[in-house]
Design a binder for this molecule. Structure first.
Ligand SMILES: Nc1ncnc2c1ncn2[C@@H]1O[C@H](COP(=O)(O)OP(=O)(O)OP(=O)(O)O)[C@@H](O)[C@H]1O
Ligand SMILES: [Mg+2]
Length: 282
């Protein structure tokens, strides 16, 4: 990992005088709901739960759990911004913003030098290009098909009876991939099952699965023009093999935020703070 605990702590210490006002961002994603509570000293706490059936009550519970982790009461959170697939169904946030904007703002706060973000979530994958202020200057996304998303990895994990967390670790043990050529998740699942039946090496199959995601997503990212430094966000950034293969494919190192799954919620929390402290909306 390129980042150090110091960077994270420096951000935490970057605030001014202490005031007991807090801000929150909630990213109601298709797969996971993420919340960040932010104070003048930086990120106080974050929390991730499965979205499942989702809805207001679950989002409120995620926020309450984050406040509990932060050691503050819900009433001390003076402003909440929402983002993510389910944002428009939530009534309690004061406002909401697109995931593109929120990932941009969140990543810019953590890694101001980044100019391209690759966000791979549960349902879609996005390439986002940022300007030097962290504002979105171009983007493209795949939101029509599960291939090239976390959903694809989940299907494969289920088919191979392996945990999602282990896919990347085992894949990195292989030196060459068993190619998964089907572009449709359902056909790819059958293809993988037939590779297993033929006795192909498990690690090589897993590397082929990760390679298949990179094949899809790198095309989306290239279509917007890759400007380094490049960072990855979203739950799939926790898969070390996908991150490595993506870096190899794009020919540049991939930076990882400390917790890549929460950058959208972080961006929303930062916008909530800006709304209160500067009376500014992005
Ligand atoms: N430890 C892990 N290792 C690898 N992949 C993981 C891990 N944890 C989660 N994922 C992947 O991350 C995905 C969820 O990521 P994320 O929370 O960014 O999605 P989301 O924001 O809910 O989706 P979307 O943005 O598409 O609406 C899951 O589908 C899963 O494949
Ligand atoms: Mg998302």
């Amino acid at each position: 990992m390129w980042w150090t605990e110091d960077i994270w702590l420096n951000k935490k210490n970057a605030g001014g005088e202490e005031r007991l006002m807090f801000y929150a961002g909630i990213d109601a994603g298709s797969n996971a709901t993420k919340t960040v509570v932010f104070g003048d000293e930086g990120i106080l706490a974050s929390h991730i739960i499965k979205t499942g059936l989702g809805g207001e009550e679950q989002a409120l519970r995620c926020l309450a759990d984050t406040c509990a982790k932060a050691g503050i009461s819900r009433e001390q959170v003076v402003c909440v911004y929402g983002t993510g697939y389910g944002r428009e169904y939530l009534k309690f946030p004061q406002s909401h913003r697109s995931e593109l904007m929120c990932h941009g703002v969140g990543v810019h706060w953590l890694l101001p030098e980044v100019r391209t973000i690759i966000d791979i979530g549960g349902q879609d994958s996005k390439g986002i290009r940022l300007d030097d202020r962290g504002e979105v200057e171009n983007f493209n996304m795949n939101d029509k098909c599960a291939a090239g998303t976390g959903r694809f990895l989940e299907t494969m994990a289920h088919a191979l009876q392996i945990s999602l967390e282990d896919i990347g670790n085992y894949a990195l043990l292989a030196s060459k991939p068993v190619r998964v050529s089907s572009t449709c998740t359902v056909f790819a699942e059958s293809e993988v099952i037939s590779h297993v039946a033929k006795g192909e090496n498990r690690e090589e199959i897993l590397l082929g699965i990760c390679q298949s995601i990179v094949d899809r997503v790198s095309g989306i990212v290239r279509s917007i023009g890759v400007k380094p430094p490049v960072a990855m966000t979203g739950g799939v950034a926790l898969n070390r093999a996908v991150v490595k293969l993506m870096g190899d494919r794009l020919g540049c190192p991939i930076l990882l935020p400390p917790d890549p799954q929460i950058t959208g919620a972080l961006g929303a929390a930062l916008m909530a703070r800006r709304h209160v402290t500067a009376g500014q909306d992005l």
